[in-house]
Design a protein around this ligand. Structure first.
Ligand SMILES: NC(=O)c1ccc[n+]([C@@H]2O[C@H](COP(=O)([O-])OP(=O)(O)OC[C@H]3O[C@@H](n4cnc5c(N)ncnc54)[C@H](O)[C@@H]3O)[C@@H](O)[C@H]2O)c1
Ligand SMILES: [Zn+2]
Length: 380
């Protein structure tokens, strides 16, 4: 018998670009990135809502790709939104396209869409041939300021968010700001919640900036929204790239502040609550909890609640009060699912003060109940 422990050193380059009109022939960003990879085949997948909002996009991309030294393998429009994560039909369709167009590991899938679309297409690309190069073009606020710049992809299963998925560093992420401006108002505004989240746990100055600019953000003034998106995206990426745990082997997940309840609320409401809307409730809940449990030194709740109200985001949903057959709040089941998803000991980030989080390993259900009562009161 023998045992051999090897160290396998692996590093990844994580290319993240902020630009405008990326498919314009004058814009060098994408060409440089594709040339750097040296791959030849490229398959383009566009989320239907984006193709509708930008009717000339497919033609624009076709003309752009024709100027590059590549073998374009087609442009396809596929459905998007959370529905594509609720079963594996989108994943299978993308696998079929990758197979039919003979993409290999050096080929590119260019995926243009919101967070849900990128999650599903990303999972298909990460698993086809054990990984085809994915270039993500996030098109929503949330996808640009958080999900699209990360290194995860997943679909939902067993009634749980993101149960089937992978860690897979995309070949590149291109945040083209122009896509932000075709979202409906509500989606555009709600996606800023992830910027609020990351500011709350990582960057007090950014939080102050959001507080000062909440009216401009709520009015979706392009300059304010784009600044906020870029700052948030970089805070997320910096944590992933430089925080020492890109693939979440440890127990702490600061970028998931407020998410134990959010993920459960999404599933409980059969995804009628969007991720962003659920995160707003989760942030409010964990902020109140931090205060009531005596974790937060100065009371951050009023400031946080004012920002969420300014962004017209709700902080309560009746699903917070739905009970199981034993009379317990169903949302509390989110804690077990959160722990199982992460592995190891339950670790939930709470707030010590604005900009500073702290891990806790136990959540008091009585205090959660009192926080929910308070949120219900605020909302009525
Ligand atoms: N992988 C990760 O690390 C990670 C992190 C955070 C969130 N997420 C996931 O991201 C998803 C939420 O993403 P989202 O907020 O982008 O929602 P979404 O993908 O559902 O998009 C919201 C809506 O906007 C439409 N849309 C997209 N881009 C548009 C555009 N430019 N113009 C007009 N309409 C457009 C979509 O069709 C959809 O109806 C959730 O499934 C969440 O779990 C993943
Ligand atoms: Zn989130």
């Amino acid at each position: 018998m023998s045992r051999h422990d090897f160290q396998i050193p692996v590093t990844f380059k994580h290319r993240v670009v902020f630009t405008r009109n990326v498919f314009s022939p004058e814009n060098p960003e994408l060409r440089e990135i594709l040339e750097e990879g040296g791959g030849r085949r490229a398959l383009v997948l566009i989320e239907a809502a984006v193709a509708t909002a930008w009717p000339h996009l497919a033609l624009e991309i076709e003309a752009y790709l024709a100027t590059l030294d590549l073998e374009p393998r087609g442009i396809h429009v596929l459905p998007g939104g959370e529905a594509v994560k609720t079963d594996d039909s989108c994943v299978r369709e993308v696998w079929n396209l990758i197979d039919a167009t003979h993409l290999d590991r050096h080929s590119y899938v260019l995926a243009i869409g919101g967070g849900a679309f990128l999650d599903a297409v990303g999972y298909a690309a990460a698993t086809a041939h054990r990984g085809v190069r994915l270039v993500r073009f996030p098109t929503t606020t949330l996808a640009q300021d958080d999900s699209g710049v990360g290194v995860k992809c997943a679909i939902n299963a067993f009634g749980k968010k993101n149960w089937v998925g992978a860690f897979a560093v995309p070949f590149a992420v291109i945040n083209d700001f122009r896509f932000l401006h075709s979202q409906d108002e509500r989606t555009c505004r709600a996606g800023l919640v992830e910027a609020v989240k990351v500011a709350m746990v990582k960057d007090r100055e950014f939080f102050d900036w959001i507080e000062d600019h909440v009216d401009s953000l709520a009015a979706l003034e392009p300059e304010a929204v784009e600044f906020c998106v870029e700052k948030s995206a970089l805070l997320h990426v910096r944590h992933i790239a430089e925080g020492g745990d890109p693939f979440e082997n440890g127990s702490s997940r600061p970028l998931d502040f407020g998410h134990w309840a959010a993920h459960k609320l999404e599933a409980l409401t059969s995804y009628r609550l969007s991720h962003a809307e659920a995160v707003s409730i989760g942030l409010a809940l964990d902020t109140l909890y931090s205060t009531r449990a005596g974790l937060a030194s100065a009371d951050p709740a009023q400031r946080v609640l004012r920002i969420l109200a300014g962004l017209k985001l709700a902080v309560y949903h009746p699903a917070l009060d739905w009970l199981d057959e034993t009379g317990h709040r169903r949302v509390l089941g989110g804690l077990d699912e959160f722990r199982e998803h992460l592995g190891g000991e339950l670790t939930v980030l709470m707030l010590k003060e604005i900009g500073v989080g702290m891990d806790v390993h136990w959540i008091d259900p009585e205090i959660v109940g009192a926080c929910i009562d308070e949120l219900r009161g605020i909302s009525s």
